[in-house]
Every structure is written in structure tokens, then in C-alpha cells.
Design a protein around this ligand. Sequence first.
Ligand SMILES: Cc1cc2nc3c(=O)[nH]c(=O)nc-3n(C[C@H](O)[C@H](O)[C@H](O)COP(=O)(O)O)c2cc1C
Length: 262
Amino acid sequence: MKILMIIGSGRRSGNTEQIGELLTAHLQQEARQHRVELEVETVYLGQQSFQFCRGCRVCFDRGEALCPLKDGALDLKNRMLAADGIVLASPVYVDDVSGLMKNFIDRMCHMCHRPQLAGKTAYAIATTGSSRTGKTLETMSMALRTWGCHLAGQTGFATGALMKGSEAKDRFDLQAARAARAIFSAVYRQAPHRPAFFSLMMFKIQQMSWRAKGKPGTLDFNYWQEQGWLDPKRTFYIDHEAGRLKTSLARLTGSILGKFVA
Ligand SMILES: Cc1cc2nc3c(=O)[nH]c(=O)nc-3n(C[C@H](O)[C@H](O)[C@H](O)COP(=O)(O)O)c2cc1C
């Protein structure tokens, strides 16, 4: 089993990295208990040289392989594809994710049109001086869901300015253990997928949008068609066990909202 953790802080040995290490220790503990071989790979966005998205739209219209920025961002996408679970972790910077994390999310924007991570388990982590983990977690969770991921959960850690010594473990061991258990069991048990109301609704809106705007032959339309997602009976990227009432209500809400955006 492999979990890829992407740390969106430029500060080495900072709070986000320390929480990431605590989480990794608990993930390894879960793996040992279940006698599973686990690799946790950590990628520090601060050590990558990802350029800013130029907004050329080549990835949308002609394919991400033709992105003019050859700086390894697509390799990281491939590592997400190869992993069984993904963790995005960011410090709160002025009420939202760090610039490093936001740029990474922007660079993956082709997956908002073609959700290549459909069904993959993901988790969001935020660390903060004092507040606004909600907005920060929402930015990462929205991105993960839009890429097609199953969000196993999200946790905010009110770490303060900089944790020292054993502070991370002393203060956040229980929270990190809970988060690790949620990630591990979602990947390991492969529990039936029950998408959130929001995810089902967004699928319906996207389905309407590609049907209305998509032209056969365009990349997005073809992708959706190849996956079978344009079939009106299709209610999500992957087979799922969300309740019928929830699914129907989400699709109804999506079809109303979709009239304004599709
Ligand atoms: C540029 C910057 C902006 C920040 N903005 C906020 C903020 O809006 N709210 C808050 O509670 N903490 C804020 N903080 C504190 C960080 O969120 C917090 O210390 C975080 O855990 C740092 O993680 P790191 O050590 O991994 O970089 C900010 C810190 C920096 C450096």
C-alpha cells in the first residue's frame, strides 16, 4: 500500500511537516497492526520548482502532456495516480492555503475537467496559528473532490507559530492517530463508496455541462464519453452505494443549478 503526502509549506521542519511526520508514524502503526506493507512518500512543494500556471489553457484544450511548463508537476500527478491514498497538507496563509499549495492545485486544473483520480482516497490537513482552518481545508477538499477523489476526511491543527521539541506529539497525538486511522481504513478496507451530497451534485452539474457544451472530438467530451460518464443513468464517476433518496435529491439540485452554469 502506498500513501503520498504532499506538504504545502516552504518551511522545513515547520508545523505542517511535523504534523505530517506524526501522521506518518501513526499510519505505519496502523499498517503494522494490520500486517500490511506501507510506504508513505512525502513530497515537499517547497523543494520543487513548479512554475506558476500561465493560464494558456493548453491542458484543457489540447491535453496536459502539452503543458509548456516542463518542471515535473505532471510527474507528481503521475505519483498521485500510482498511490492508493493522497494527503494534501497546507499551513493557513492569510485565511487560505499557502501559495505553494494553491499553485499546485492550479497546475492540476486539467483534472477539474477530466477527473483522473476518480475513486482515489484522499485526506486534507491544515495547520494554523489560530484560525481559518475551515476555509483552508475547504480549498483542498474541493480540489480533491473535483479531481474525483473520495475524501476520507479532513483535520485542522491549531499549532501556533512553531512547535518545538515533542510539542507536536504531546498536543496532537490523538488527533493525528484519528486522522491516520481514517485514511488507513478508507484505503485498506475499500469500504463501499458513499459520495457526499455535494459530490453527487457536482457530478450531475459537470455531466450536464459536458453534454451541453462538449463537442464530440474535444478532449473533455471524449474523456467523459470514454469513461461512460455522459450516460444519463450514470450518477457518479465510480459505482457507489449512496442512498437512493440522497442521490436523487443531489441530482435534482444539480440539474437546477446546472441550468445556470452548464
Ligand atoms: C505568511 C503567513 C500567513 C499566515 N496567516 C495566518 C492566518 O491567516 N491565520 C492564522 O491563524 N495563522 C496564520 N499563519 C500562521 C501559520 O498558519 C501557522 O503557524 C502554520 O502552522 C505554519 O505552518 P508551517 O510551519 O508548516 O509553515 C500565517 C503564517 C504565515 C507565515
